[in-house]
Ligand binder design. Sequence first.
Ligand code: P6P
Length: 337
Amino acid sequence: MMYTLGEFIIEKNRDCFSSSTEALLRLFSSIKLASKAIHKEVNKAGLTEKIIGSSGITNVQGENQKKLDDFAHRAFIESFKNRNVVCGIASEESKDFIVIKGKKEKIFQNQYIVLIDPLDGSSNIDVNISIGTIFSVYMRKSPIQTNLTIEDFLQRGSQQILAGYIIYGSSTILVYSTGNGVYGFTLDPSVGTFYLSHSNLSFPKTEKIYSINEGNSDKFPNGIRKFIRYCKEKKDNRPYTARYIGSLVGDFHRNLIQGGIYIYPKTASSPEGKLRLLYECNPIAFLTEQAGGKASDGKQRILDIEPIKLHQRTPFVCGPIGMVSKLEEFMLNCEHD
Ligand code: P6P
């Protein structure tokens, strides 16, 4: 049976989602709408001036915001506004969290918090390499009918009730987990519908790929350098293949399907690591564990990190348990270098 996303949720996930099936359907209704709008723009990015190139704005990260970053950010904010399910959003593209005032009579549904990277890897837009949206969903912590607080957003990754990404590549695929396995839905643009295409995704037993920007290697911690040397050794099932496209969603999606580790350690220019904990590492770590893998900062489980700032960064490693554990072993042995 070719399940659509909506049918799948009703049929398969209703008993597994801590909140109501209706809430999940509402959340995905917003996510699907925004991702289809982005899919359309990404697939003609070369043809319209308004999409290619910079917006001329420097975003909260101090990065040069691409026009498509801004388009994606606005698409998600608008689509979440109209469904009375989300009460607050934190986006890579905005310094502070955004409060969404639902209708008074719907306030009891309006309890979900979304953290999102609307368009990750957007430096790849102009060179036609896969990019993606990454999202993370929690229940609000503050009492209903009170004002949202920053604590509603600074929750540990283990508290996520839903996490996922949309990859805009050779096809547009929505991958998510509610804590009961990882599922992928591919968009059929001719009918505008996402169909189940990847059921119960998990890392394959074969460890094949390592993904890291080796251009930064002179500043990597010794444990990372030793792990990279291990990846290159001619022994057992090694050397592994090096694959890195500079787009977390693209690198992760390939590694999830083919078997590989993704590493973004601290570097000279990013002493805390480059990736953001709340809307990049936590959702990808949640999916990693649901797919039978492991995700850490080289030492500590990502999902256990207690957030202190909305846009805080962390070193990030995710992939098959054996590969991540081997890297952590090297990190531990080099701790006092
Ligand atoms: P670098 C994109 O900017 C991103 O946040 C991730 O998607 C990607 O994996 C990483 O940064 C690439 O960073 O420093 O290797 O270009």
